[in-house]
Design a protein around this ligand. Structure first.
Ligand code: FE2
Ligand code: FE2
Length: 290
C-alpha cells in the first residue's frame, strides 16, 4: 500500500506531469506549433480532422464525468487522491482537444453544434453504459469501465493517431504524446487498484463482465462507423502533401496504403488484445460481444 500511495500521490503527479512532460507546453503542444497549412486549405482533410477531434472530445468528456464522479464512490483516501489528479488530467484533455477544434477553424460559438453534428452515436452509447455505473456509485464497475475499458481504448486510438500525426502533423503528435503519457498512468491505476477489490468482492464479477461486453460492442461499432466515414488517419496520411520521409506504419501496416478496413481490423485487434491482457491481470475474463 505504501508504494501505491507514493506512486499515485499528488506530489508524484506534480513532478512527473505538470513539472515534467507538460512543462513549457501550451494547450499540450509547443508554443509555436501550428496545424499544417495543407490541412487547413483542404476542406475534406480539415473536415476529417474535425470529425476525429470531436470523438476525442466526447470520449474525454465521458472520462471527466467518470473520474470526478468516482471520487465520492472510492472506498479509500489514496484512490480519492489519485482520482482528483485524474479529474484534472481529463479536464485538460477536454480542453486541449477543444482548442484543437478552434485551431481547425471551428468558432467557439459553434462548439456544441459541431460536436452534435459529428459525434459518432455508438460512442454516446458506450459512454452511457459507463456513466450509469458511476451514477450508482459502483466503484468496482466504474473503475473497470473507465480505467481498463475506456482508457484501454483511448490509449490505443491515441497511439494510432500519433503514428499518423508524427509524419505529417508534429503539433497534433505533441498534444497526443502528453495525453498518452497521462492515459498510461490512468490505466496503471485501474490495474493496481481494482485487482484487489475484485478478489475481495468476487460476486461483482458477472455484472462487471456484462458491462465490459456491452462497452466492447459499442466500441467496435464506433470504430466501424468511424473508419467507414473515412476519418481514418490513413486517409489523412494519404492526402497530406507535406509529409516528409517514409509513410508511417501502424501494427505493421503502411498507413498511406492500408485500406480503411485494414486499419479498422488492426485497431480493433490491438484494443481487444489489450483488454484480454489487462482484464486477465485483475482476475476477470474478457467477454466477447455477440
Ligand atoms: Fe483522457
Ligand atoms: Fe484518462
Amino acid at each position: 500500500m505504501a508504494d501505491f500511495l507514493s506512486n499515485y500521490s499528488i506530489q508524484k503527479w506534480l513532478e512527473s506531469c505538470p513539472q515534467g512532460y507538460l512543462e513549457d507546453t501550451v494547450y499540450g503542444r509547443g508554443a509555436d506549433e501550428i496545424e499544417p497549412a495543407d490541412l487547413l486549405q483542404n476542406e475534406d482533410y480539415r473536415e476529417a480532422q474535425i470529425r476525429t477531434t470531436v470523438q476525442l472530445i466526447v470520449g474525454e468528456r465521458c472520462a471527466l464525468a467518470a473520474s470526478s464522479g468516482l471520487i465520492n464512490a472510492a472506498p479509500d483516501p489514496a484512490s480519492k487522491t489519485f482520482l482528483a489528479t485524474q479529474t484534472l488530467d481529463e479536464g485538460r484533455h477536454v480542453e486541449v482537444f477543444t482548442q484543437r477544434l478552434y485551431d481547425l477553424g471551428v468558432k467557439p460559438v459553434d462548439l456544441e453544434s459541431t460536436i452534435a453534428t459529428y459525434v459518432n452515436p455508438h460512442l454516446g452509447k458506450f459512454a452511457e453504459v459507463l456513466l450509469e455505473k458511476v451514477d450508482k456509485k459502483d466503484f468496482v464497475a466504474g473503475v473497470v469501465g473507465q480505467n481498463i475499458v475506456l482508457e484501454g481504448m483511448a490509449f490505443s486510438v491515441f497511439e494510432m493517431l500519433h503514428a499518423g500525426a508524427q509524419a505529417n502533423n508534429p503539433k497534433f503528435a505533441h498534444t497526443l504524446s502528453g495525453t498518452i503519457a497521462d492515459e498510461r498512468r490512468h490505466v496503471g491505476f485501474g490495474e493496481n487498484r481494482i485487482g484487489e477489490l475484485i478478489r475481495r468482492y468476487p460476486e461483482k464479477k458477472p455484472e462487471v463482465e456484462r458491462m465490459q461486453r456491452d462497452m466492447t460492442k459499442h466500441m467496435l461499432a464506433t470504430f466501424h462507423v468511424a473508419f467507414a466515414q473515412g476519418g481514418a488517419p490513413g486517409e489523412a496520411t494519404r492526402t497530406s502533401a507535406t509529409r516528409k520521409g517514409p509513410a508511417p506504419t501502424y501494427q505493421g501496416l503502411n498507413m498511406a496504403e492500408a485500406s480503411n478496413e485494414e486499419m479498422e481490423g488492426a485497431l480493433s485487434a490491438t484494443v481487444l488484445k489489450e483488454f484480454k491482457t489487462r482484464l486477465g491481470r485483475i482476475g476477470l475474463e474478457y467477454q466477447s460481444p455477440a
